[in-house]
Write a protein that binds this ligand. Structure first.
Ligand code: SF4
Length: 452
């Protein structure tokens, strides 16, 4: 998962992109970067770490230009390394180009081998670089090269390209990852989520459609639809459950309102449950827990305290110390928990290790009974479309039966939101709008790199 942002025709383009990236920081914390177009000459500053660590007043002031594109990265392909920090900036037959990508190309290995055999020399190990090499083999103006190259890619992509005088956005035909068009005065903006617009005083115009390419230049926005429309899309439903910010607007509603409805559905599915309180696992379980409490009439208590100041400073510690970091991140408020029966609301269960530590710390604080309620169905298959889920073998729902999971987590009951309820809250029950592959194993796009 990554966050991408671009702004056009603005004398403060790099500074506004910088603010936009802060608003998208939850989508990637490994690296950050901004590329600018200064009267046809592109330059970039990228680095490892958070937006606040990568950029200073000084290096931002060295990024003049009217158009800018930015990226925050969480790696799913190619590993966490400085060479993979984006935007990727290069010069080729179509001139200079900077690329920011959110998603995962599922035939990247296959294409890379073919391109290398033909002489391509890659600068990074990121799947995103594939598009640059494909474009270099196409004739015509840069937008033609993009349109000819996109159909060769499988999987998930929302791209933003910066070229001299132009910003070009593209979304894959199934629309796995979001891309939104916004406006600020005369400037156009492309972004992964709407809060990045609101942060800089801009407004959303519309979502870029699955399969749409938009070319933004001094003449305005031109929209192209190079892919045949199938009527099917596969937007990642996990954006609603977990990834997107609660204040993001998708489909005309805030993400928090979808999560609130998921909580209400969970309460209906668990009707009759007796508990003293509903406790969210902060922050991802907060809004669903509000909905659960409202629907069930059970009082909500913020009984787990989250430390927001941890950062990533513990990554080099030994295993035994790392174990303690979960306690540092989330700690129960003992006098709320002691002797109480609770419904603990969380977004999902992947490996189960974090949930186990949370329930252990609730038990240490004196919790009497814990019923774990999850806003997603059981995760049984890995994601190949830009989310860093573990292998099939590591997913707890594949390794254990529901009863084994209940015992492993040390809870008195475990309930997953049904897929029907999840789809009902997200899109009125339609099954042809969302990707749900991690719950069903039915992948909506080909994955040649894992099929080989
Ligand atoms: S497999 Fe799951 S996480 Fe991946 S895109 Fe589909 S719904 Fe999203």
């Amino acid at each position: 998962m990554c966050g991408i942002f671009a702004i056009t025709s603005n004398t403060k383009s790099a500074q506004l992109a910088h603010l936009g990236l802060f608003s998208l920081q939850h989508r990637g914390q490994e690296s950050a970067g901004i590329a600018v177009d200064n009267c046809g000459l592109l330059s970039a500053h990228v680095g490892m770490g958070l937006v606040s660590q990568v950029f200073t007043d000084r290096n931002l002031s060295q990024l003049p230009g009217a158009n800018a594109v930015g990226h925050v990265r969480y790696s799913t392909a190619g590993g966490s390394a400085a060479k993979n920090a984006q935007p990727l900036l290069c010069s080729h037959v179509h001139g200079q180009i900077a690329v920011a990508h959110n998603g995962n190309i599922t035939n990247a290995d296959v294409l890379r081998r073919e391109l290398e055999k033909k002489g391509a020399i890659f600068q990074s190990s990121a799947d995103s670089e594939i598009i640059i090499h494909l474009m270099a083999r196409e004739k015509g103006p840069v937008e033609n090269a993009i349109i000819k190259s996109l159909p060769k890619l499988c999987g998930a992509y929302s791209f933003i390209f910066l070229t001299p005088g132009k910003v070009i956005g593209a979304r894959d035909p199934l629309g796995f990852r979001p891309l939104i068009l916004g406006k600020l005065g005369k400037s156009y903006i492309l972004t992964s989520e709407t809060p990045a617009l609101e942060t800089i005083g801009g407004k959303a115009v519309r979502e870029i459609e699955p399969g749409e390419v938009v070319i933004i230049d001094k003449n305005g926005v031109k929209s192209l639809h190079p892919f045949k429309k199938t009527g099917k899309t596969a937007a990642c439903i996990f954006e609603r459950i977990y990834f997107a910010r609660p204040d993001s607007i998708v489909g005309g509603k805030s993400i928090q309102s979808y999560r609130y409805d998921m909580g209400r559905c969970l309460a209906r599915e668990m009707k009759g449950i007796k508990a003293d309180m509903v406790v969210p696992v902060p922050d991802s379980g907060n809004h669903a827990a509000f909905g659960f409490a409202k629907e069930s009439g059970i009082p909500l208590k913020m009984a787990l305290m989250r430390n927001h100041y941890m950062g990533r400073s513990f990554i080099n510690f030994t295993q035994s110390i790392r174990e303690l970091t979960v306690r540092l991140k989330l700690l129960p408020i003992k006098d709320l928990v002691k002797g109480k029966t609770m419904v603990l609301v969380d977004d999902s269960l992947v490996r189960g290790t974090t949930s186990r530590k949370i329930t252990q710390s609730l038990r240490r604080a004196g919790a009497k009974k814990i019923y774990l309620a999850l806003c997603s169905p059981a995760i049984v298959s890995p994601c190949y479309y830009g989310i860093d889920t573990p292998t099939k073998k590591e997913l707890i729902a594949n390794r254990m039966t529901p009863e084994e999971i209940r015992r492993y987590l040390g809870v008195d009951g475990l309930h997953y939101l049904s897929l029907d309820s999840l789809l009902q809250t997200s899109c009125g029950g339609r099954r042809d709008v969302f990707c749900t592959a991690c719950f069903t194993g039915k992948y909506p796009a080909r994955n040649p790199d894992v099929e080989k």
